[in-house]
Design a protein around this ligand. Structure first.
Ligand code: SF4
Length: 379
């Protein structure tokens, strides 16, 4: 272990960081054994983890809370219990299983990764970081997590929880996402992960960040690393980690135009690339002004679908936040009075017959509002 990082680890009388690294490992693993949560993708002690379950759970857990993932994971495993089942599934079926979980690119990448695993690896998920990194959607964090948790390969991980714990443990006071900080944190994670039980150690770091060393109000008194934590020693836990400098999200306006004919509604598929790729939606104009009027909306709808609307009215507005955008949704409703649906312009559905169309969260919200507004007409 390089002495520069080693010296930054625990605050102890000894300049030799070796014993301190050992202490971090020992304390963390002991705490993990006693306190870790039983989760459906985690193997019980003494039982070998199933790599496919690790692969799927790691994809679902990116940017998503454990409690949100649990029911999705169960449904996904019931529907697609093996990597071969996933590889052979229709993409729309995979997106439907993911519907509501958000960040749908993860689902498409996981699906593509399963195909590569079946085609190039005989259906066996790779056990090393280099091969895992070649899979679609698998970055350094996921590769380390899968290799260490599923196979016991000594590989580090660094996600938001781990970065926070390590920044506090070693008192890193530079912005958490600065390239130099990331390099330091990765190096530290690499040095800390033990050869024995690397998967448990990595999960312990994540678990500590999720349960004890939380962003606000960490419970340092219950922390197994409190005696080693430099931020605690100098009373700067509240100011570490230093937040990333982010650009303010761009505000954009989407107009959802609910086109109704005889109790059925038009749905269209999004393009194969970009936000919510290949998912379905009520016809949505993304290039009209924020204050578009009903004439502009009707003209857009006619141009898009070949159908003529009348009595177009505003139904509801709401805001949806993505990583880089604040999207203001305005939902409008109009009755189709004439025209013929253009080939490929969409499909008609009743609002209670949408099981075959994966919808992103704001579209589900728009549908829910329509059903609530007039259950007799729309339900
Ligand atoms: S002592 Fe507090 S700040 Fe330090 S690692 Fe533990 S919970 Fe986090």
């Amino acid at each position: 272990m390089p002495s520069t990082t080693a010296r930054r680890l625990p605050k102890t009388p000894s300049p030799d960081a070796g014993p301190d690294v050992r202490r971090v490992r020992q304390r963390l693993l002991k705490w993990y054994d006693a306190h870790h949560r039983r989760l459906p993708w985690r193997a019980e002690p003494g039982v070998a983890p199933k790599p496919y379950r690790v692969l799927v759970s790691e994809a679902m857990l990116q940017q998503t809370q454990v409690a949100t993932v649990v029911p999705y994971f169960g449904r996904f495993m019931d529907a697609l219990p093996t990597v071969r089942d996933l590889a052979g599934a229709d993409e729309q079926a995979v997106l439907r299983l993911w519907q509501g979980l958000g960040y749908y690119r993860r689902a498409r990448s996981l699906h593509a990764a399963a195909k590569v695993i079946v085609c190039d690896h005989g259906g066996v998920i790779p056990d090393n970081v280099a091969d895992l990194l070649k899979l679609p959607g698998v970055g350094r964090y996921s590769a380390g997590a899968i290799a260490s948790i599923a196979y016991g390969t000594r590989a580090p991980i660094l996600d938001g929880n781990v970065a926070r714990v390590l920044a506090r443990l070693t008192l890193i006071e530079q912005p958490i996402d600065a390239p130099d900080t990331r390099k330091t944190l990765w190096r530290l994670a690499e040095e800390l992960v033990p050869a024995s039980r690397p998967g448990d150690f990595n999960q312990a770091l994540m678990e500590l960040g999720a349960l004890i060393c939380t962003k606000a109000n960490p419970t340092c008194d219950a922390c197994p690393l409190s005696g080693q934590c430099q931020a605690r020693v100098v009373d700067r836990v509240a100011s570490v980690p230093v937040p990333a400098k982010r650009k303010a999200p761009t505000l954009v306006h989407h107009h959802v135009i609910v086109m109704e004919r005889a109790g059925r509604f038009l749905f269209e598929q999004r393009p194969a690339t970009g936000l919510w790729a290949n998912m379905w939606q009520l016809p949505t104009a993304e290039d009209l002004p924020a204050k578009a009027n009903t004439s502009e909306l009707s003209a857009w709808a006619a141009d898009r679908s070949g159908l003529v609307l009348s009595d177009t009215q505003h139904v509801v507005a709401f805001t949806h936040q993505t990583t880089h955008r604040t999207i203001r949704f305005n939902v409008w409703h109009g009755l189709v009075t004439s025209g013929r649906l253009r080939r490929g312009a969409g499909r008609w559905r009743r609002l209670d017959q949408l099981n075959d169309l994966p919808l992103a969260n704001p579209q589900r919200k728009a549908v829910a509002v329509l059903i609530k507004e007039d259950p007799q007409q729309h339900g």
